[in-house]
Write a protein that binds this ligand. Structure first.
Ligand code: GSH
Length: 332
């Protein structure tokens, strides 16, 4: 008899996010509330709000990307911004990795306020946009500095738009992270990575039922096995060049041994025990935009200190040693 058959309790109060926990104890992520976009074909003039299709104008210096360095969903856009050379066009606000009951806060900034938006909590921007908003206030969020409104917290579209809609402001020689000719293969690949890996670790970690946890665990490691094979004969997921698919896989891999293996019980094996995935992850880590945007201190303190249902003692593990990310990878 498997463990799943022996025990499948799913007490609602055991859930880290009760409203996002199904009757079988499975984690069901909330939809993204704000889905406007910044696009090249917005009919709005610079300085104006969105057009009637929710498209805001591309404007350097206008929008502020609010992130937590702990968050893998936000990390995508931080890496893309670096790779594409959009640092001057889109400013970055970094929240405290520790949330209190009021959510993400700007306590790392002087006076506890974001110097550009003038707010102390990200929830203020959410409520300024929708005063009835009741879901989790999440990062990443792209905020309009003119009105203080949230343009989007739709993180997958946000990162694709950095590639495809902000092209006129890319640095010379910036990579094409979402090449048109690869999209038919990339889209399903990224969807599998999302379902089984990026969100898969959360489905394992936030499950409150044994079966839900084991299903997520199995899907996660089955998918990692497939990706391990895929990376045997190619440097990156789509071949010789880095794409958005690599960005998305990296943000989970870099957190794997430090957090997911232990905190989310994804412990069939560590990342360091996969030959190709571990070398691939190190290869990316040692590439500009990847390792230099990783903050293991924020990552560890966020997960281990804010998920109090999973880690009630709040002890933050000391390891693993981050220096091993700098060891030679022998790829490419
Ligand atoms: N927007 C997505 C994904 C982004 C997301 O979950 N970000 C996390 C950090 S990794 C967050 O902001 N969580 C806030 C909270 O849990 O209250 C969602 O709503 O699930």
């Amino acid at each position: 008899m498997s463990t799943a058959e022996v025990h499948s309790a799913s007490p609602a109060d055991a859930a880290q996010f009760g409203r996002e926990t199904g009757s079988g104890g499975q984690f069901v992520r909330q939809p993204n509330r704000f889905t406007d976009r910044v696009t090249r074909d917005s009919r709005s003039a610079p300085g104006e709000g969105p057009d009637d299709e929710g498209r805001w104008p591309v404007e350097p210096g206008r929008y502020r990307l609010v992130v937590s360095l702990a968050c893998p969903w936000a990390h995508r856009s931080v890496i893309d911004r670096e790779l594409l050379g959009l640092q001057d066009a889109i400013s970055l606000a970094i929240v405290d990795p520790i949330r209190d009951e009021r959510g993400w806060r700007f306590t790392l900034d002087e006076g506890g306020r974001d110097p550009v938006l003038g707010i102390g909590f990200l929830s203020e921007a959410y409520l300024a946009t929708d005063d009835e908003y009741q879901g989790r206030v999440t990062v990443p969020a792209l905020v309009d500095t003119k009105t203080g409104r949230v343009v989007t917290n739709d993180y997958p579209q946000l990162s694709l738009d950095l590639s495809t809609e902000w092209v006129d402001l890319h640095a010379p020689g910036a990579p094409d992270l979402y090449p048109e000719k690869l999209r038919a293969e990339m889209d399903p690949l990224m969807q599998e990575i999302f379902a089984d890996v990026n969100n898969g670790v959360y489905k394992a970690g936030f499950a409150t039922g044994q079966r839900a946890y084991e299903d997520a665990y199995d899907a996660l490691f089955d998918r990692l096995d497939v990706l391990e094979d895929r990376l045997a004969d190619r440097r990156y997921l789509m071949g010789d060049a880095i794409t958005e698919a690599d960005v998305r896989l990296f943000t989970t891999l870099v957190r794997f041994d430090a957090v997911y293996h232990n905190h989310f019980r994804c412990n069939r094996q560590k990342l360091t025990e996969f030959i190709n995935l571990w070398a691939y992850a190190r290869d990316l880590y040692q590439t500009h935009g990847f390792g230099d945007t990783v903050d293991f201190d924020h990552i560890k303190r966020h997960y281990y200190l804010t998920h109090d249902k999973i880690n009630p003692t709040g002890i933050v593990p000391k390891g693993p040693d981050a220096l091993r990310w700098l060891t030679p990878h022998a790829r490419g």
